[in-house]
Ligand binder design. Structure first.
Ligand code: COI
Length: 443
């Protein structure tokens, strides 16, 4: 599948603008003398045309600028007392920031080895990024609320179009694993995913602040609006988050395997509240619980998962048969901790070194199960899984839930660690910073 020449990437050197290679290699006048290549005309013209050369020079202007990172606290403080002037101001910050941020990623694509650019999944994401870059950079300055509304419509469209990005990237990288060392795949994926979160946070916050502004029922009094400021909740309750994720995961397993799954118990400082983007923490807790529940069922009633049938429903109907999963919550001076402990048999020692990798082949690390009922999973995970379902063939599992969770945990300066006792169970430690003073982690 890599035989076709795909000139989409690396048309200019990343550091200096040099003219693209003479167009002799793939123009129609000379193709007869070349080995047969199948290149879509649009890609051909984009890669080698003067227009593309000009576009790359513009890209340089953006990719050479540093980004201006933010903290969660800045977003909170800014959104606390909005005025039209402030919404317009943040609209313009997002308008100047997004094209710079996306330009850096287009450059990353261009720095990948040529053959990787032939992958259709990666090339699709590259095209999406180019098209978004063009739209974003061409949007005129926002001066009024009406113009801000139009700006929000534009970014809402892009947010929707880019829902396919994660599974496309993961599939593309999986298919290219023969051509790239694992470390390079992981570095690329980590950067892509972190910076994608950053762009989406900026875009979603601008849209949500604007919607808050237009919502007659919205109040800027935090105790009256459940602590919401755009997509941030200043009153995330640790126990409620765990319970919400546990309920959704348990319901799924009940329905899918016709089994009463293990209980999820919560202990420790359960009343802890903190300011965060709930989608981010829910994604992590949901992924961890999903792995834990599956591990416990697999270890204590293996036939259920391996055959998808319940051989002895009567025996398996009771959750008492399974050791519970315990989520311990702890609130320190600067951080909140969630420890998810299960007795699901642990991660085999031979797989453990690869759990954070986007690179290893999914068959080697089938830790995850693919869900089919998206209404039952948290917002963020549902969005990722829905598109995974559409893009990834059913026999494959991307297995990106854990590395993705780590990316989310580290995004605002937290961490995710997994300790496994092979044969017994897993302890996963999520640390979330609670002061909101860490800048976005983009490296
Ligand atoms: C993404 O989701 O990949 C984005 O870059 C979104 C942004 C264009 C608003």
């Amino acid at each position: 599948q890599y035989t076709s020449l795909h000139p989409n990437f690396r048309t200019v050197s990343p550091n200096h603008v040099t003219p693209p290679p003479p167009p002799t290699s793939i123009t129609s006048s000379t193709t007869q003398s070349l080995p047969q290549v199948s290149v879509k005309p649009i890609i051909q013209s984009r890669a080698y045309s003067p227009q593309h050369f000009y576009q790359n020079r513009i890209l340089d202007q953006y990719a050479s600028q540093p980004i201006t990172p933010i903290t969660l606290r800045q977003l909170i403080v800014f959104g606390r007392n909005l005025t039209e002037e402030r919404i317009v101001k943040s609209g313009n910050y997002v308008r100047s920031e997004l094209p710079i941020r996306i330009a850096h990623r287009i450059r990353d694509f261009q720095n990948l080895p040529f053959i990787v650019g032939t992958n259709p999944h990666l090339s699709m994401v590259y095209d999406l990024y180019w098209s978004a870059f063009e739209k974003l950079r061409k949007f005129p300055p926002v001066r009024t609320m009406e113009e801000n509304n139009e700006w929000c419509e534009t970014i809402k469209g892009l947010l929707k179009n880019h829902l396919v990005v994660i599974p496309k990237l993961a599939m593309g990288m999986m298919e290219c694993s023969e051509h790239l060392p694992g470390e390079q795949i992981d570095r690329f994926m980590n950067t892509m995913l972190r910076t994608r979160i950053s762009r989406r946070v900026l875009a979603e916050q601008q849209v949500a602040l604007t919607e808050n502004w237009h919502d007659p029922g919205y109040t800027y009094n935090q105790s009256e609006n459940d602590g919401w400021i755009g997509v941030i909740s200043t009153q995330c309750n640790a126990k409620e988050i765990v319970e919400k994720c546990a309920k959704m995961t348990i319901n799924f397993f009940k329905e899918y395997y016709d089994v009463e799954p293990p209980q999820v118990l919560t202990d420790g400082q359960v009343d802890t509240t903190f300011a965060y983007i709930p989608d981010h923490i829910e994604y992590i807790i949901y992924e961890l619980l999903k792995n834990s529940i599956k591990g416990v069922i697999e270890k204590h009633a293996p036939s259920i998962i391996s055959t998808s049938q319940s051989p002895s429903k009567q025996m398996l109907k009771s959750s008492q048969l399974f050791p519970p999963i315990t989520v311990t919550i702890c609130s320190g001076p600067t951080d909140i901790y969630f420890r998810v402990s299960d007795q699901g048999g642990g991660i085999p020692d031979k797989l453990y070194p690869y759990i954070w990798s986007f690179a290893s082949k999914s068959n080697d690390k089938k830790i995850l199960h693919k869900f089919t009922n998206f209404s039952k999973v948290p917002h963020m995970a549902a969005r990722v899984e829905e598109y995974e379902q559409q893009i990834v063939p059913p026999e494959l599992s991307l297995g990106i839930g854990l590395p993705m969770s780590k990316v989310y945990a580290e995004y605002w300066g937290g961490s995710l660690n997994i300790f496994s006792l092979d044969g017994y169970g897993v302890d996963a430690y999520v640390r979330i910073t609670k002061l909101g003073n860490q800048i976005e982690n983009l490296v």
